[in-house]
Design a protein. Sequence first.
Length: 128
Amino acid sequence: MSNTGSELLGQQHAWVYVDLKTTVVGGFVANAKQLLSEQLDLPAGYAIVWSGQFEYMERAAARLRIVIPMTLFMIFLLLYLNFGNMSAPAMVMFLSLSHWWVDSGLCTDTVSIFPLRWRLASLRLVSL
């Protein structure tokens, strides 16, 4: 009979498998954590650990918090090296990010960025 490392330390583990078909993993875990904290008192020595897709999602989010700003900085740097000044890359980055913001649905108001594109086109920074 072989013992695993956790059994040698006197720990026991139990797993509960949940198959989600109608909700997002992150939202389910947040709701479940809140419900368990309100209705369950864990004895000393017990712990709840969330794993599976939620754990992978948290790791990916942590990586993206580093990769996305680095990528935006590198794009800004390349634009700066191309244009030779700070204002043109700043306007291009602003236009790109605001366009993404409007198209992604984060902005619920009807916002038009056409006047800004027209101004950038007159500066020959973008094409209409």
